[in-house]
Write a protein that binds this ligand. Structure first.
Ligand SMILES: Cc1cc2nc3c(=O)[nH]c(=O)nc-3n(C[C@H](O)[C@H](O)[C@H](O)COP(=O)(O)O)c2cc1C
Length: 185
């Protein structure tokens, strides 16, 4: 699949099969992420790959954090939260490094990591996998960040859920770019 086809035909796929993915396939995705442009070549992305029981550990942490914040929720709510990372066999948490040099801007690091996430989505699609970029409150949760090895002030750009797609859906064409374009000559 060439890059234009991958860009045009990629769609978020949240429903994937439980089958595990081989490590070399996951590493192909990380390699795609690692090819993203980044200012000053700081490679500001951090990939934390969660598979197997690692996803349960993440789910436990999410439920524990929710319990701290909302202790009165019914137990089913915590069970639901605990199961969230099990929606795909692979979850890649993608974090951003804080700049250590004055010339490096955090906003640019964040942009570079977003590009890395898109590379991963496109690579997953080209490999016949289904993927979705998720954030939600968990991307800003201090307990989750600590569990993943991120500092409290480090951003999580997303959790990329990946697996073999369930039946592929019908997707309406996306709106064209014209209403988002100004051409200056
Ligand atoms: C920064 C970011 C965060 C997102 N967070 C979520 C999310 O938490 N849950 C979700 O279902 N989709 C999430 N998405 C996926 C979008 O819903 C999806 O990209 C959008 O609906 C367009 O569909 P497409 O990816 O198929 O083009 C996120 C996408 C981005 C770029």
């Amino acid at each position: 699949m060439d890059v234009f086809e991958s860009i045009r035909t990629r769609h978020s796929i949240g429903k994937v099969k439980a089958d595990a993915l081989p490590r070399d396939l996951i590493e192909k995705l990380l390699d795609a992420g690692n090819q993203a442009p980044n200012h000053y070549k700081v490679r500001p992305w951090r990939f934390v790959v969660l598979t197997g029981n690692g996803r349960n550990k993440l789910g436990d942490m999410m439920a524990a954090s929710q319990r701290d914040r909302q202790p009165d929720l019914p137990p089913e709510a915590f069970d639901k939260t605990r199961a969230l990372p099990l929606r795909a066999p692979v979850v890649i948490a993608v974090g951003v490094d804080k700049p250590v040099e004055a010339k490096v801007l955090e906003l640019e690091n964040y942009s570079a990591v977003s590009a890395a996430c898109q590379n991963i989505l496109l690579a997953a699609h080209a490999l016949g996998l289904g993927a979705i970029w998720r954030t939600g409150e968990w991307a800003r949760d201090s307990k989750v960040k600590e569990f993943l090895g991120f500092a409290p002030d480090q951003h999580i750009v997303g959790f990329i859920y990946v697996g073999h797609p369930e039946a592929t859906g019908e997707y309406p064409p996306r709106p064209s770019f014209e209403d988002r374009m100004v051409w200056i000559e």
